[in-house]
Design a protein around this ligand. Structure first.
Ligand code: SAM
Ligand code: SF4
Length: 333
């Protein structure tokens, strides 16, 4: 399908990647993402329905979106997740439907997700030690996650990437083990610097562990070769690893700003377009559909909104530039 005119922001960045948060709720409470209490979640009736998500994705696809990542919160908390995935995957022009999940429900859902058209998966694992994993996630069971990943691979969801948020004094002692776990199974792994949010800003500076240190530690055990950042490649700086199929990546929102390569926008679970993870500008898309509008009205709004995509964010360690962003789960990390 040749789009009429692809979505491009005022700086010439082509927007081909959409992250759709399908739920702001989660069955876990990772310390850096959301607090163990005080969270209020969007009512199910206010969340975008599968049909609404399908129409918004069709609109985005018509102006150049090719990849739609399903994320949250935890997408697998939704009972209608397979319906959502199949509507996204069947939108004309969509080529790739990855999912981000904590993996707890993956074992049960893997087959239906694969049949619905989910292509690949990113799964969060911050520690392989059951006690540390449980503490970081507030009760998560690492073995369920590992079995979930195996079920996903078995169902044909491939490749798999492991996402590990770096935490000083928590998981910095097991970076080699985490990399080995991933690489020996053919998965890739990305080490992510912890971003400051309203929910974690008090302890984020203490837990912050720079990706450069993680890279030095990984290089003590593996030989890394930088990979060229592909066109529209995500925020990770990726490396091939001698002897392994999977890659190691480092995501450095704080120490290395990647905004100039940003090709993505996000949709919150209540249907608002968010141009930048840390910018507060949002445009209501689902409201257009709920007041009788259709796909073409959403396209018009996308074209208007994209001109407000900010050039970059201005985060520093210990500060959050967002007034509204309390937890990552609210917008889809
Ligand atoms: N629940 C799914 C999961 O955990 O993978 C998907 C949503 S989660 C918000 C997406 C990613 O954001 C995860 O890899 C998580 O580790 C990351 N994340 C959440 N809060 C973060 C923070 N403050 N800094 C860096 N990454 C964060
Ligand atoms: Fe839930 Fe993912 Fe946030 Fe952890 S990072 S609390 S699994 S949304």
């Amino acid at each position: 399908m040749t789009p009429v005119q692809e979505l491009q922001d005022s700086l010439g960045r082509r927007i081909q990647y959409l992250r759709v948060s399908v739920a702001d709720a989660c069955n876990l409470r990772c310390v850096y993402c959301m607090p163990s209490s005080q969270m209020t979640f969007t009512k199910f009736s206010k969340l975008m329905s599968p049909v609404e998500i399908g129409t918004i994705v069709e609109a985005a696809a018509a102006v150049g979106t090719r990849t739609v990542r399903i994320t949250g919160g935890e997408p697998l908390t939704r009972h209608d997740i397979s319906d959502i995935a199949s509507r996204i995957a069947s939108a004309d022009g969509i080529e790739d439907v990855p999912i981000s999940t904590n993996g707890i429900f993956l074992k049960e859902k893997a087959d239906e997700l694969a049949s619905a058209g989910v292509t690949r998966a990113n799964v969060s694992i911050d520690s392989l030690k059951p006690g540390v994993f449980s503490e970081v996630t507030h009760g998560g069971d690492i073995m369920r996650v590992r079995e979930g990943i195996e079920a996903a691979v078995e169902a044909g969801i491939w490749p798999v990437k492991i996402n590990t948020v770096l935490m000083n004094g928590v998981n910095d002692g097991e970076l080699e083990e985490l990399a080995r776990y991933a690489l020996e199974r053919g998965y890739s792994i990305r080490f992510i610097e912890m971003m400051p949010l309203k929910s974690n800003v008090q302890f984020q500076p203490k837990l912050f562990y720079p990706a450069a240190r993680a890279k030095a530690e990984i290089e003590r055990h593996f030989t890394l070769t930088p990979r060229q950042a592909g066109k529209g490649s995500g925020p990770a700086v990726n490396y091939s690893v001698d002897g392994y199929e999977g890659q190691v990546g480092f995501i450095t929102p704080l120490s290395g700003n990647f905004c100039s390569r940003c090709n993505r926008v996000r949709i919150t679970s209540d249907g608002r377009l968010r141009m930048c993870l840390f910018g507060d500008d949002m445009m209501d898309l689902v409201g257009i559909l709920r007041s009788g509008g259709g796909r073409d009205d959403v396209i018009a709004k996308l074209r208007e909104a994209i001109q407000f995509k900010p050039e970059r964010h201005y985060l520093e360690v210990g500060k959050t530039s967002s007034e509204t962003l309390f937890a990552m789960s609210q917008i889809g990390g």
